[in-house]
Design a protein around this ligand. Structure first.
Ligand code: ADP
Ligand code: TRP
Length: 331
């Protein structure tokens, strides 16, 4: 039997090239070797997204983004978290075995508390129970499908470790392997894609190159990349330039060598380097953008794909809940 790869993306905003290279592409790579279950974590998004129109639309955007990037719904079970009620049943069961202290240690919760304290606000201001229990719902997402590997960015590793802790304490309590222990499939350091300002590309830093914008907007965005004050004449170091780091993701070896040569020779301004970057990014994204636009033009067909995925997913999820209930004496 093939091993199982599972991951989810929260539909909290436009997909960007950091998400594509850091999450979507490596996860799709794994579908060659693993049985994959990929989903839209829409209830996780509800913790922060309170505008119904916005959430409704980002759910479809992220789903269309996966499909446009090459996810084959015949091969991958592809669904919305909210379509699998068994996940929430399992989350309730996991809560009984989750120490509150474990949740107190979660990075996202700790960061929120620290921010409140620094601002002099009440410690718990603006923190909802969805944020506090986030790792439990995520553990349920993972454990319910007997996942072996969870491809995620480094920031999510703590959540996978918490899922392991929770599952282990359940197995230890019942003296049997009720739940499978998942492993994180972490990207190398090189997979941290820099944003326009050189920090990690992230919606929260407002420094992203979105995946699905018209060509004109794409060019304008790339032209906004921060550069230093080196003159056109000065030779430049490709290895310390985020323009070049981004270029490497899209260009072939010969193109990379040629541009690195131009950097080192001097006589090339940052504007030229950005134009070269735009050309390769646009070449790569154009077909994906076209597929995306086609998918977004037929939302009922997209929803059908997600519903069919949920139909395949639910019996698997129900079997895990049943196994746990039996072990717990609630059968
Ligand atoms: P954001 O930081 O923009 O809010 P998310 O946290 O929603 O992005 O990330 C969704 C997925 O994309 C995660 O698996 C995350 O690790 C990956 N990801 C996000 N930004 C980057 C980046 N700059 N480089 C590599 N991977 C990234
Ligand atoms: N927490 C993940 C993120 O912010 C999204 C997510 C929710 C997830 N459930 C998951 C990822 C289960 C992997 C497995 O990116």
């Amino acid at each position: 039997m093939k091993k199982i790869s599972l991951t989810g993306i929260k539909p909290t905003g436009d997909l960007h090239i950091g998400n594509y290279f850091g999450a979507i592409k490596p996860a799709l790579e794994l579908t060659k070797e693993y049985d994959a279950r990929y989903f839209i974590a829409d209830y996780h998004a509800l913790n922060t997204m309170r505008d119904p129109k916005g959430l409704n639309s980002t759910i479809r955007q992220v789903a269309a983004g996966w499909l446009a990037s090459g996810l084959d719904p015949e091969k991958v079970i592809f669904y919305r978290q909210s379509s699998i009620p068994e996940v929430f049943e399992l989350a309730t069961m996991l809560m009984a075995f989750t120490a509150k202290g474990l949740m107190n240690r979660a990075h996202a919760y700790k960061a929120a508390i620290q921010e409140n304290n620094e601002k002099g606000d009440d410690t718990d201001a603006g923190i909802n129970m969805g944020l506090f229990t986030y790792p439990i719902l995520m553990a349920a997402d993972i454990i319910i499908f007997d996942s072996d590997i969870v491809p995620v960015g480094k920031d999510q590793v703590q959540h996978i470790e918490m899922a392991q802790d929770i599952a282990q304490s359940i197995n230890a309590n019942y003296g049997q392997q009720v739940l499978k222990i998942p492993q994180a499939g972490v990207q190398e350091d090189s997979a941290v894609i820099p944003g326009l300002d050189g920090r990690k590309m992230s919606k929260s830093y407002n420094n992203v190159i979105p995946l699905f914008v018209p060509e004109k907007t794409l060019r304008k965005t790339i032209m906004r990349i921060t550069t230093n004050s080196q003159s056109v004449e000065e030779p430049k170091d490709p290895d310390t330039s985020q323009i070049f780091q981004l270029y490497k993701l899209f260009a072939d070896a010969a193109e990379q060598e040629a541009l690195a040569g131009r950097y080192r020779a001097g006589g090339m301004g940052w504007g030229d380097a950005k134009e070269e970057l735009f050309q390769v990014v646009n070449r790569c994204l154009t077909p994906i953008r076209e597929r995306y636009d086609t998918i977004m033009a037929d939302i009922p067909a997209l929803d059908k794909i997600l519903e069919q995925g949920a139909e395949k997913a639910r019996p698997i999820a129900a079997a895990t809940v049943k196994r746990f209930r039996k072990a717990a004496g609630i059968d």
